[in-house]
Every structure is written in structure tokens, then in C-alpha cells.
Design a binder for this molecule. Structure first.
Ligand SMILES: CC(C)(COP(=O)(O)OP(=O)(O)OC[C@H]1O[C@@H](n2cnc3c(N)ncnc32)[C@H](O)[C@@H]1OP(=O)(O)O)[C@@H](O)C(=O)NCCC(=O)NCCS
Length: 159
């Protein structure tokens, strides 16, 4: 018989939807925890208001709070991922993959044929996520990240 603790441990499936203004506090919190230079509430407000920006959030189950987000800047047929992050405790559960798959599917639906992004060469989790979804390295900016001296990789995915 299933123990009560097992019930609590069961995860609800990833649910991806468009981001809205109501999500901004969550997005700013997740971004600030994930990156050295966090985007504040106003910065997200400005991003979401731009007609060329597509933003999705991923939740655990339809009614859950956002656990991650992705934003792309679209000038069809090209798009660039501006930022993607999953809240620390929710990483490694397939949310990033579900989120990005859905996001790219929506971009494809509006005529995007190529997605670009930039990633720190030392960011193994992100590179694994991107390569698993068909991105490939097209160029490298040596020493781009001043603090660490790491290179930036430019990745491209053709739909
Ligand atoms: C990168 C990030 C979005 C991935 O999200 P996630 O929900 O943890 O990823 P998933 O659980 O969907 O896993 C996706 C793939 O990455 C792999 N992966 C996840 N964490 C990993 C880690 N720490 N090291 C190596 N691979 C990892 C998974 O095994 C999976 O690969 P698979 O599909 O071949 O099995 C998340 O780690 C994050 O928010 N990082 C901080 C912000 C960041 O670096 N953003 C990217 C900037 S370019």
C-alpha cells in the first residue's frame, strides 16, 4: 500500500503556459537566485510588455506557482533566448526540458525557423539541456565572462 509520504513526494507533471504580469514577482525571484545580475520587477515588466518578446512559465501542475521561465526575443524567422531558469529546488526534474520544448514549439508555430542563445562554456546543465533539444555550437567568444575567464558559446537550433 502507498505510504502517505510517497503521496507527498509524487510530483505533478510540468505545466507550461504563457507568462503574465501576475507572474513577475516569481520570475524576478527565480532570476535573482539564478544569476549574478538579477532582473528586477520593472525589468520583467518592460520585457513582458515588448511585442517581440515571448515568455513562458513552467509550473508543477496546472494550478502551481511558476517554478521557471524562458524568454525569447523574436524577429521572425529568427529568435534569441534572452533568459531561462528553473528555481533551484525544482532543477533536475525535467521542468527545464518541458518548458523549452513547449516554448520552441510555440515559436515554430509563428514562423520561427532558427533559435540562438549564448551560454557559459562551464554551464554543464544548460549545455546538456540545449544539446538534448537539438542546439549545436556555432561559435565561441573567448574570455567573454570577465570574472571567470570562461568562454561564451553561441548555440543555434534550426527547426
Ligand atoms: C539550465 C537549467 C534551466 C536546466 O533546467 P532543469 O529543469 O534543471 O533541467 P532538466 O531537469 O529538464 O534537465 C535537462 C537536461 O539537463 C541535464 N541536467 C540537469 N541538471 C544537470 C547538471 N547539474 N549537470 C549535468 N546535466 C544536467 C538532465 O540530465 C537533462 O538531460 P537529459 O535530457 O539528457 O536527461 C537549470 O539548471 C537552471 O535554471 N540553471 C540556472 C540558470 C541557467 O544557468 N540558465 C541558463 C543560462 S544560458
Amino acid at each position: 500500500m502507498m505510504e502517505l509520504a510517497d503521496l507527498f513526494r509524487r510530483r505533478r507533471p510540468p505545466y507550461v503556459r504563457e507568462a503574465s504580469e501576475r507572474d513577475i514577482a516569481h520570475l524576478a525571484g527565480i532570476h535573482a537566485a539564478a544569476f549574478a545580475r538579477g532582473w528586477d520587477h520593472q525589468e520583467f515588466e518592460r520585457m513582458l510588455a515588448q511585442k517581440s518578446v515571448r515568455a513562458h512559465v513552467v509550473c508543477e501542475g496546472a494550478g502551481g506557482a511558476p517554478q521557471g521561465f524562458v524568454l525569447s526575443h523574436v524577429v521572425a524567422p529568427e529568435a534569441e533566448i534572452l533568459s531561462i531558469a528553473i528555481a533551484g529546488p525544482a532543477r533536475g526534474r525535467g521542468l527545464g526540458r518541458a518548458l523549452l520544448e513547449h516554448h520552441l514549439g510555440r515559436l515554430a508555430g509563428e514562423g520561427v525557423t532558427t533559435s540562438f542563445l549564448e551560454v557559459d562554456e562551464a554551464n554543464a546543465a544548460a549545455i546538456r539541456l540545449y544539446e538534448g533539444l537539438g542546439y549545436a555550437v556555432v561559435s565561441r567568444r573567448r574570455g567573454y565572462y570577465g570574472d571567470s575567464g570562461h568562454d561564451a558559446l553561441l548555440l543555434r537550433r534550426d527547426f
